[in-house]
Ligand binder design. Structure first.
Ligand code: SF4
Length: 328
């Protein structure tokens, strides 16, 4: 494991059983939710994981959290293989990898006060050693999450807060355990547009002040902005392109990435460009297309794309060059 990497993912796959195609058939159909993902995450790095609904990005985050067992592949955290841990072993790890869910309305218990919500993870992990330690940690986590001064919010209930404040409570409940990695699954998609930038700025601050690495999962490439260090684009269970934020946004290689970028709204009408609207729906992850799985929707597909699949695309080659390699 590289000294710099806090997390390494190698060839990760998650297939779900989807029943038999016909009565008495022996074969079982499988949903290829995550299908050979490899990824490195460095300390305090922000990676944006981008793709349409159903591309596998949320399943990938559940695998990283240990909430799903992978079908194949390895997950290495701080040099330790954590792919198949039992519940007791995983409990210590959960402290270090925390998740921020999409819906701050659903993920908070309406009967608890904010103080109880943020203190609960400390109790679950046996870290609430004294009232004073708990109070200090809760207040610090809340203030680091932007709920300042914490005393104003401690005795309130979730329904007394705005959507943005609720999401800050969710983040505080993750921060209180002093995690190394935050997995933020669409953390702003349920919030008003005016609040989204505040939450993204908060995550950007935390990676500096708390040296936390962030995996920011989103379907909206436009929200990645200048926040992420790197961007990984997923399509049908695979990462089809990964690179620095500037490289991916300004010099995208994969036709899918190009199409996603082309539909990001541009406020200045002089800078507007032609939009690439992908035709058709994302194929069913049970019956994957032959060859390159993007070929039914790819605007530059060639005949060979139906038969051969480039397993991944590196930044050192253009995608078309990768395709030409296939032709040879
Ligand atoms: Fe398009 Fe072919 Fe490249 Fe797939 S391999 S993205 S179909 S050009």
């Amino acid at each position: 494991m590289s000294q710099q990497n806090i997390l390494e993912v190698r060839g990760l796959k998650k297939y779900f059983e989807a029943g038999r195609p016909r009565l008495f058939s022996r074969s079982t159909r499988r949903v290829h939710a995550v299908d050979g993902v490899s990824l490195d995450l460095r300390k305090s790095e922000v990676i944006a994981l981008v793709g349409e609904s159903g591309c596998g990005k949320s399943t990938l985050s559940l695998l990283l959290m240990g909430l799903e067992d992978p079908t194949e592949g390895r997950i290495i955290f701080e040099g330790r293989d954590i792919t198949h841990l039992n519940d007791a072993q995983r409990k210590g790890l959960r402290r270090k990898i925390q998740m921020v869910f999409q819906d701050p309305y659903e993920s908070l218990n309406p009967t608890q006060t904010i103080e109880e919500i943020v203190a609960e993870p400390l109790q679950v992990h046996g870290l609430a050693t004294s009232r004073q330690v708990t109070d200090e940690k809760v207040k610090k986590a809340m203030e680091d999450a932007g709920l300042k001064p914490a005393e104003v919010y401690l005795k309130r209930h979730p329904h007394e807060l705005s959507g943005g404040q609720r999401q800050r409570v969710v983040i505080a409940a993750a921060l209180v355990l002093e995690p190394e990695i935050l997995l933020a699954d669409e953390p702003v998609s349920m919030l008003d547009v005016s609040i989204r930038a505040e939450i993204i700025n908060l995550l950007a601050e935390l990676r500096i002040t708390r040296k936390i690495a962030v995996i920011f999962i989103t379907h909206d490439l436009g929200s990645v902005g200048f926040f992420a260090d790197r961007v990984a684009v997923m399509y049908l269970g695979r990462i089809v392109e990964i690179g620095t934020m500037l490289d991916v946004l300004e010099r995208p290689q994969h036709p899918y990435t190009k199409a996603l970028i082309s539909v990001i709204p541009v406020p200045n009408p002089r800078l507007r460009h032609e939009r690439t609207i992908l035709q058709g729906e994302t194929p069913n992850p049970i019956d994957l297309p032959t060859g390159c799985r993007f070929h039914p929707r790819c605007p530059v597909a060639i005949a060979i794309c139906k038969a051969s699949d480039p397993s991944f695309v590196t930044l050192s080659k253009t995608h078309q060059a990768a395709c030409l390699l296939l032709v040879k």
